[in-house]
Write a protein that binds this ligand. Structure first.
Ligand SMILES: Nc1ncnc2c1ncn2[C@@H]1O[C@H](COP(=O)(O)OP(=O)(O)OP(=O)(O)O)[C@@H](O)[C@H]1O
Ligand SMILES: [Mg+2]
Length: 306
């Protein structure tokens, strides 16, 4: 089932300086499926936050339509099943971690034993049980980010929208937040992750969408987007003359200290190389599809269209 669906979603803002409308989001068609971690990417000003605000019903689209959890955006019942963590969550810093969760739980109508249980559970999920009695002003950035996620989970949302949950964190905290997102996904939550931290996105997201100047310029499964179509085949036991012959099939060859790596453009070529190596007394040690990094893809796409 689709958790988010948009059709031709568009937002214009009036720019009083230039006395003209600017198109912050331009005809966006997007689908996010239940249970996936979807990375929503794009350079500054691409239209990500504007899209999120429309999905949350905080601002109205100029045109187009969108549904969240099957209902039109802005639907009151749906809002209770969504949670949003803005980039810099505002905290009352004299509160302790558990005070904060009691406070927000209360806002959602939880009380008594149910509230106490929920707070315990969330502190456990985000790994802050030991620090529950500490004031937030004594929390590190990673701890604040984690208590922010706990707060976003208090209404047991089906959809979690996170804006930059890992910016400004140290490598350990990055990992902790990533692991937490994966655990939440395993519990069946859908996560819409807006981030400039491409290495985190690459590690946790199932699919990504890349925005540029209001338009969705690329979307798909990460593994498909990062494939470059080239295979690297490691072989041994081929005589030098046969290696020379294999070079004619391969797109390139790398030889060093007896290691031979043959590169094939596409699966058919890879099969041809494998057959050749086997028929000529060689052995295949490994075969891996080459990938580019998400950062390489991002830079390429954004350059291409700007
Ligand atoms: N309230 C507003 N009034 C006028 N223009 C706006 C308003 N909100 C956003 N914009 C413009 O819309 C465009 C998209 O902004 P948006 O905040 O959605 O970008 P973003 O992708 O979230 O960028 P960032 O990565 O910097 O957070 C920008 O050109 C921005 O200046
Ligand atoms: Mg933004």
């Amino acid at each position: 089932m689709e958790v988010i669906k948009t059709e031709g979603l568009t937002k214009h803002f009036y720019d009083p300086l230039r006395r003209q409308a600017i198109t912050a989001v331009d005809n966006l068609d997007l689908i996010v499926e239940r249970g996936e971690i979807f990375g929503f990417l794009g350079p500054n000003g691409a239209g990500k936050t504007t899209t999120i605000k429309m999905l949350l019903g905080l601002i109205f689209p100029t045109s187009g339509q969108a549904w969240v959890l099957g209902n039109p955006i802005g639907d009151k019942k749906t809002r209770e099943k969504i949670s949003y963590m803005p980039e810099n969550p505002y905290f009352y810093d004299y509160m302790t971690g558990e005070d904060l969760l009691y406070f927000y739980g209360g806002l959602f109508g939880l009380k008594g034993e149910a509230l106490r249980k929920k707070v315990d559970e969330l502190l456990g999920i985000v790994g802050l049980s030991e620090h529950r009695k500490k004031e937030l002003r004594g929390y590190s950035r990673g701890m604040l980010q984690r208590i922010g996620i706990a707060q976003a989970l208090i209404n047991d949302p089906e959809l979690l929208i996170l804006d930059e949950p890992t910016s400004g964190l140290d490598p350990i905290a990055h990992r902790e937040v990533r692991e937490l997102l994966i655990r939440l996904k395993e519990q069946g939550k859908t996560i819409f992750l807006c981030s400039h931290q491409l290495s985190d996105v690459e590690m946790v997201c199932d699919r990504v969408g890349i925005m540029n100047r209001g338009k969705l310029v690329r979307t798909g499964r990460l593994e498909d987007l990062l494939k470059v179509g080239e295979m690297e085949i490691a072989v041994e036991g081929l005589e030098p003359s046969k290696i020379d012959a294999a070079e004619k099939i391969a797109s390139r060859v790398y030889k060093k200290n007896g290691d031979v790596l043959l590169y094939a453009d596409g699966e058919d070529k890879a099969q041809e190389i494998i057959d050749f190596v086997r028929q000529n007394g060689g052995k295949i040690l490994s075969m891996v599809p080459l990938r580019r990094s998400l950062e390489e893809l991002f830079v390429e796409i954004v350059k291409e269209v700007s």
